[in-house]
Design a protein around this ligand. Structure first.
Ligand SMILES: NC(=O)c1ccc[n+]([C@@H]2O[C@H](COP(=O)([O-])OP(=O)(O)OC[C@H]3O[C@@H](n4cnc5c(N)ncnc54)[C@H](O)[C@@H]3O)[C@@H](O)[C@H]2O)c1
Length: 330
């Protein structure tokens, strides 16, 4: 019989060396009700794995933390970890996460994002985990949903294989909730930004180029709008979802205040106190016109609300980039 306190949690975080995952782990390790945080990540080379090693480095000293360099497509390796660690909660964050690149490499996105998710659902079902959180994406809405997007808006027409793989993950998770009573929460995240952000994402790339005096790329005329959401607010939503009730729920997690890319650039310039040299490039046809979250359901059911405004979040993020990733750029 397990000697674990009934209320103590062993949280299994996939993709925990990445941007959102490492922010979540940093918070979970501070929680008294969390006994252990198990991180599985294959340090995928889609962006420099050195960043991922750096993300988890401070956690390695913590005795509550355990890291496994493992691919979520490898069922038998995952099974061994599940048997050894006995997770009570799973936060499934690992994914290939770039909509535009998914158009070029749909098979890789399908195997990681769908087959990998299936492996985790299967093991979580066998382990009878108390909550399975799946990080989905606003990409499921494509261009067809009416703004602001509600959880009931159409998700039948994502524009990129990435969005369709996230939709497939949600639907698979539903079948596990239905057939095996696995309690599932899918969080549709909207344009995350903040400390440890992926270097392929817009704010990061702009800050780097502006600091280096290089031109930045602006998609089209800068009119496309995005609902940028601070990573700390996303971590808070995951924590609330971990302790929520219910058998299967989907929540939008977004700032609910979309801004055009032009407006975003003005905020970045203000935070850096430096003007950008902007060059327009054609907008990618797999990238949506706009994202805009209706978060009424998250507010009502989870008690979640966005806390950090875009202005404040950009200031924090730019400060972090200057002190960490770009400390050598004068
Ligand atoms: N960043 C955003 O704006 C955003 C928006 C919506 C949804 N999401 C979702 O949030 C999650 C995290 O995104 P992120 O921005 O932190 O990305 P990230 O790339 O920084 O993190 C994903 C992590 O998953 C790991 N990974 C990839 N393939 C793997 C595999 N086969 N086995 C094990 N680990 C693997 C990567 O090494 C990486 O550390 C993803 O599921 C993404 O789809 C992100």
């Amino acid at each position: 019989m397990s000697t674990k306190n009934k209320k103590s949690q062993t949280v299994f975080v996939t993709g925990g060396a990445g941007f959102i995952g490492s922010n979540l782990i940093e918070t979970l390790l501070k929680r008294k009700n969390v006994d252990r945080v198990v991180c599985v990540d294959n340090l995928d080379p889609f962006y420099d794995p050195a960043f991922k090693r750096e993300n988890i480095k401070p956690f390695l000293k913590n005795e509550k933390f355990k890291f496994y360099k493992t691919d979520i497509r490898n069922f038998s390796a995952l099974e061994k970890i599940f048997i050894k660690e006995v997770p009570t909660h799973v936060v499934h964050i690992a994914a290939k996460a770039n909509a535009r690149l998914s158009v070029k490499d749909p098979e890789e996105y399908e195997t990681v994002n769908i087959h990998g998710t299936l492996n985790l659902l299967e093991l979580s079902k066998d382990q009878k985990v108390k909550k399975f959180i799946f990080t989905s994406s606003s990409s499921v809405y494509g261009n067809s949903a009416k703004s602001p997007f509600s959880e009931l808006s159409s998700t039948d027409f994502p524009l990129a294989p990435y969005g369709s793989s996230k939709k497939a993950g949600e639907v698979l998770a539903h079948t596990y909730a239905h057939n095996f009573k696995l309690p599932v929460v899918c969080l549709r995240l909207f344009n995350a930004y903040g400390e440890r952000q992926r270097p392929d994402l817009v704010i990061y790339k702009w800050v780097e180029n502006i600091l280096k005096g290089k031109p930045i790329e602006m998609s089209g005329t800068g009119k496309r709008a995005r609902d940028f959401t601070y990573v700390g607010d996303i971590v808070h939503a995951i924590e609330l979802a971990l302790s929520s009730k219910g058998s299967y729920e989907i929540f939008n997690i977004g700032n609910s205040k979309p801004v055009t890319l032009k407006k975003l650039l003005s905020l970045v310039e203000k935070a850096l106190d430096k003007k950008a040299i902007a060059k327009s490039r054609p907008s990618h046809h797999a990238s949506v016109e706009s994202t805009f979250a209706n978060t009424n359901k998250a507010k009502k059911v989870l008690g979640w609300e966005q806390q950090v405004s875009l202005e404040e979040g950009i200031m924090k993020f730019v400060k972090w980039l200057r002190e960490n990733r770009f400390k050598n750029i004068k």
